[in-house]
Write a protein that binds this ligand. Structure first.
Ligand code: KIV
Ligand code: NA
Length: 270
């Protein structure tokens, strides 16, 4: 996979993206034939235990992008630029984005609309492919005053359309549409030549992205309507840990087959 192949998928084949934050997950995503792995700054809420994505740092993101790269060396990896890693100056943004490419990302994603057009162009000119992200952009949660569906007013619809066209014009290779009403997501998708990748943005985007922990059901307290739980790994893991606990308490694990005696052969694998 590469940027050009991805662009050519528009109108021909749906693009499938999933977030992953570590090496074993990346390996599974790769083995499942997922087109794009996103190391999202949702790392903050899903893995690091933060309330939202605001506290996530470059250092944290870099560690996880590098881990994903080691787990899936041949995957197409997009890294999220975290809060304040690209908003303060073009120079800082290029430097930070470059760090992601140096640890193995193929592209970066930045949240923001038409205001970020010039920055997108600078990144692309520096050799750093950019995925845009408009609609509900969680790094702006304090300005939005909450997580709400976007594109509901005429003013916002026009802003989103202008933003998508601007991002395309400035060289973005794809755009994530997050929590955009379906009609507007469809209109955006039809009015740009680059692929749109939706989350909570209805049926008509060129691709879909889901968050690892949501689609695998790792958080029992979070079940947003736009996501779908393809598994309930919370239950699977809970049961496994309960079983392990019980077996140790009752003296059922380990058994002889898990144990070594002085007559055992040297190796530890089964
Ligand atoms: O960080 C993330 O997981 C994302 C996706 C929701 C697109 O940005
Ligand atoms: Na993100």
């Amino acid at each position: 996979m590469n940027v050009e192949k991805l662009k050519k998928m528009k109108g021909k084949e749906k693009i499938v993206m999933v977030t992953a934050y570590d090496a074993p997950s990346a390996r599974i995503a790769r083995d499942a034939g997922i087109d794009v792995i996103l190391v999202g700054d949702s790392l903050g809420n899903n893995v690091l235990g933060y309330e939202n994505t605001i506290p996530v740092t470059m250092e944290e993101m870099l560690i996880h992008v590098a881990a994903v790269k080691r787990g899936a060396p041949d995957a197409f990896i997009v890294a999220d630029m975290p809060f304040l890693s690209y908003q303060t100056s073009v120079e800082k943004a290029v430097e930070n984005a470059g760090k992601f490419l140096k640890v193995g990302a193929n592209a970066v994603k930045i949240e923001g609309g038409e205001e970020f057009g010039e920055l997108v162009q600078k990144l692309v000119e520096s050799g750093i492919p950019v995925m845009g992200h408009i609609g509900l952009t969680p790094q702006f949660v304090n300005r939005f005053g909450g997580y709400r569906v976007q594109g509901k007013t005429e003013k916002n619809r026009e802003y989103l359309l202008r933003s998508a066209r601007e991002l395309e014009k400035r060289g973005a290779f794809a755009i994530v549409l997050e929590l955009v009403v379906e009609e507007v997501a469809k209109e955006i998708t039809e009015s740009v030549s680059i692929p749109t990748i939706g989350i909570g943005s209805g049926r008509f985007c060129d691709g879909q992205v889901l968050v690892w922990h949501d689609l695998l059901g790792l958080n029992p307290d979070f079940a947003p309507r736009f996501s779908k739980k393809y598994a309930n790994l919370y239950e699977v893991i809970l049961k496994a840990l309960q079983e392990f606990r019980r077996e140790v308490k009752e003296g059922l694990f380990p058994t002889e087959e898990h144990s070594f005696t002085d007559k055992s052969k040297g190796g530890v694998s089964s």
